[in-house]
Design a protein around this ligand. Structure first.
Ligand SMILES: Nc1ncnc2c1ncn2[C@@H]1O[C@H](COP(=O)(O)OP(=O)(O)OP(=O)(O)O)[C@@H](O)[C@H]1O
Ligand SMILES: [Mg+2]
Length: 501
């Protein structure tokens, strides 16, 4: 049996009066992939941030290769060969890929920054990972998925012996995930030990050697993955019953030949994404399946006025709408829960409450005044917290102090509060725990039951299959098929449809 490269013993951590970790033990063996699993707010990121010196521990001990260590900051962690890919992306958007990779430790020559060398080295690092991209591109020109890969490349370039991946696939497409898994296997062969945090059980079961489960800041169990299965993990996660935690498709009652709530005709977004035509019936949940880059997100962004359309028409409830920006879109009755929620969906320095009520402000005004009803807005925020089971000790807590998954739930709550006619969701359950996934799916169904329309983009085909009435597939900027859910017999069938052009 291989020895522990890292051990954490009796870790305690509180923020103010709130205890987040209680007496947690964690042991990482040399060369293993160790999954760290737990609900939103269970303390996973906090435990790993203690290991990387982002947070200090209140009490407990950390050992690396058997020697006791006092890791007080990220520099100490780096010197001990520990690197972390954070859940919240930490690249500087306005800087180039190469500048980001070498941020804080620029290569120099005769005392000057050696830009050419950094470019060359970045290219090498990226190529080794199978990523072929110009390192001079700025990070804000990249997709979320690509930024994530750059982040990983950056960590690896530091020769880390211990690598912590905090929900690395939450914003990756299927093919990027495959690429990441290949990288993880390669790193494992090179002797790197990894901690892998994810809410996706299929990933945990396929990639890890062992698993530790946290619930409400306490360690529940550590075991080898071969002693675990989906049901066992879920029951440890939720502490009991697992039956209602799985979602199955149930055929919904809605008039498939009824009035259209939305009609998109010949939409042209750019030279690649064009001839986009589809309708959405009142009460219908329409899924869009496709590989990354197939144009799914772009369609939602265009309908929401973030992108300008180059041609085509959009009709809402039988009327042509001309949407120039997201304000227009909101006024017309569109809502978009964006893929990149932290960058687009939240005001990070503000409280849970002010984020939740943001697009809803006009409706909370007292009479004809410009005052916002304190009572109404408090109630709204409290109701959101209950509805989506958002873990926070107060509605006044700053949103950036919430766990990643709970921040996402606030974004979702915020748009639900708008009561739009057409709700568009881009990867809505990425990063949320299994309980919240079920809740979000339920909310989507209830929303559609009111006769509204839903468009759902998701890379998780199981998710599309469990909630949609109809799924359109996209390939390379074109719609390739429109299939009723009841005519799809397996995930494989949908997978095949997605890959056909
Ligand atoms: N800097 C902070 N100040 C106050 N509270 C914090 C801070 N950082 C984290 N917390 C709280 O600690 C708890 C655990 O958060 P943590 O981010 O570790 O959860 P997590 O298991 O990573 O969840 P998720 O799956 O949602 O990412 C949460 O309730 C969170 O609000
Ligand atoms: Mg987290």
């Amino acid at each position: 049996m291989s020895k522990a490269i890292l051990e954490m013993k009796g870790i305690n951590k509180s923020f103010g009066s709130v205890s987040v970790l209680e007496n947690v033990d964690f042991s990482l063996k040399e060369g293993e992939v160790h999954a760290l699993v737990g609900g939103n707010g269970a303390g996973k990121s906090t435990l790993m941030k203690i290991m990387t010196g982002v947070y200090s521990l209140d009490s407990g001990e950390v050992f690396i290769n058997g020697g006791k260590k006092n890791i007080q900051n990220t520099k100490d962690a780096k010197e001990n060969g520990i690197a972390m890919i954070f859940q919240e992306l930490s690249l500087v958007p306005t800087m180039s890929i190469a500048e980001n990779i070498f941020l804080g430790e620029e290569l120099t020559r005769n005392g000057f920054r050696d830009v050419a060398a950094m470019k060359k080295k970045s290219k090498e690092i990226l190529n080794e990972l199978g990523i072929f991209i110009n390192p001079e591109l700025k990070v804000n020109q990249l997709s979320v998925g690509m930024s994530q890969m750059i982040e990983i490349a950056k960590a690896i370039s530091k020769n880390a012996k211990i690598l912590i991946l905090d929900e690395p696939t939450a914003s990756l497409s299927d093919s990027e995930t495959v690429q990441l898994f290949r990288i993880i296997k390669q790193l494992k062969e090179n002797g790197v030990s990894m901690v892998y945090i994810s809410h996706r059980m299929n990933e945990i079961l396929s990639i890890s050697d062992s698993v530790t489960i946290l619930r409400d800041g306490k360690k529940v169990i550590t075991d080898k993955i071969e002693n675990m299965d989906l049901d066992k993990i879920i029951s440890h996660l939720v502490g009991g019953e697992t039956s209602q935690r799985k979602f199955e498709w149930v055929e919904r009652e809605y008039d498939a030949d009824g009035d259209l709530i939305l009609k998109v005709d010949n939409l042209k977004i750019n030279e690649k994404i064009q001839n986009i035509s589809f309708g959405l019936t009142k009460g219908e949940i329409l899924g869009i399946a496709g590989l990354m880059g197939s144009g799914r997100t772009e369609i939602l962004e265009t309908l929401f006025g973030i992108r300008r359309k180059l041609g085509g028409t959009v009709e809402l409830m039988g009327k042509v709408v001309n949407i120039k920006n997201s304000e227009d879109a909101i006024k017309s009755g569109f809502a978009l829960i964006p893929e990149d929620r932290r960058r687009q969906g939240l005001v990070l320095g503000h409280s849970v409450k002010s984020n939740a009520i943001l697009p809803y402000l006009r409706k909370l005004l007292v009479g004809r005044t410009h005052l916002i009803s304190e009572k109404a807005s408090n109630e709204l925020a409290k109701n959101d917290i209950k509805k989506l089971n958002i873990k926070t000790d107060s509605i006044h807590k700053k949103i950036n102090l919430l766990s990643g998954g709970n921040q996402q739930k606030v974004v979702i709550a915020k748009w639900l509060n708008m009561n739009p006619k057409v709700m568009m969701l881009d990867e809505p359950t990425a990063g949320v725990d299994i309980g919240a996934k079920t809740e979000i799916i339920e909310i989507i169904r209830n929303f559609a039951d009111e006769g509204k329309g839903v468009i759902l983009v998701s890379s998780e085909l199981t998710e599309l299959l469990s909630v949609c009435d109809r799924i359109i597939t996209m390939f390379d900027g074109k719609i390739t098929a429109s299939i009723l859910r009841k005519n799809i017999n397996s995930e494989e069938e949908l997978q095949n449809a997605v890959q056909r052009n």
